[in-house]
Design a binder for this molecule. Structure first.
Ligand code: NI
Length: 227
């Protein structure tokens, strides 16, 4: 493992209640900061030695990181830090920027008070949430609630698929920017309530562009911007 990880382990240890929590949080920080490079195999024995814990909390922490899409389990290799490149992120934003405004345009006229209330509740939940995995899921549900009444099932399925892919990047985005664009979410919801399609689409584009620029700045500062 890297020297950077050993350093994080030294400085992090007293903050955690359980060994699993300690391993999970420290590895997550190391992955999001780039201290452990994408593609690095995470060997359980080696990690147990670095963290000075048994294999059990290591295995559990790796499963939690897998659920957060930060670690993949590959056949014959075991746990590996996910590969997320600037190119992946830019590709995903380009697809979302093409699909989501279309879904929104078709959906707005058919959104009901129930949809608006649900979207409002999801925003309140995002405000309270600190876990990046949960925040990604709530963000996706908020957006999909506003697109769901488009009446175009294949467009909606594609949109949801690419929003789910974006969850992987969102965690990196949150590490870099630290916010979910809640001001833009609120403005988007308000435009939808007013059935103001142009304002809603413009707000959504601003939301996408700001996130895209933040991601690109993050990758540039993290690893010299190489895709
Ligand atoms: Ni969003």
């Amino acid at each position: 493992m890297t020297a950077a990880l050993s350093e994080l382990v030294q400085s992090a240890a007293p903050r955690f209640r359980t060994a699993t929590e300690f391993v999970e949080a420290t590895l997550r920080e190391a992955i999001l900061s780039g201290a452990i490079a994408p593609g690095t195999p995470l060997r359980q024995e080696e990690l147990a030695a670095t963290f000075k814990v048994s294999r059990m909390p290591i295995r559990e922490a790796l499963r939690q990181l897998e659920a957060q899409a930060l670690v993949d389990f590959e056949p014959h290799r075991g746990a590996v830090v996910v590969q997320i490149t600037l190119l992946d992120a830019m590709d995903n934003y380009a697809i979302r920027a093409a699909l989501e405004p279309q879904a929104l345009r078709h959906s707005i006229p058919h959104l009901s008070e129930t949809d608006f209330d649900l979207a409002e509740e999801l925003l309140a939940e995002i405000d309270q949430e600190t876990d990046p995995g949960r925040m990604g899921e709530l963000n996706r549900r908020f957006h999909m609630t506003l697109y769901a009444q488009a009446g175009l099932p294949r467009l909606i399925a594609l949109t949801e698929q690419h929003l789910a892919t974006a969850d992987r990047h969102l965690r990196f985005h949150l590490a870099a920017v630290g916010d979910m664009g809640q001001d833009e979410h609120r403005e988007l919801l308000s435009a939808c309530r007013d059935r103001d399609v142009e304002r809603a689409v413009a707000t959504l584009s601003r939301h996408h562009n700001r996130a895209r620029e933040a991601m690109s700045a993050y990758f540039a500062s993290r690893d010299g911007g190489k895709a």
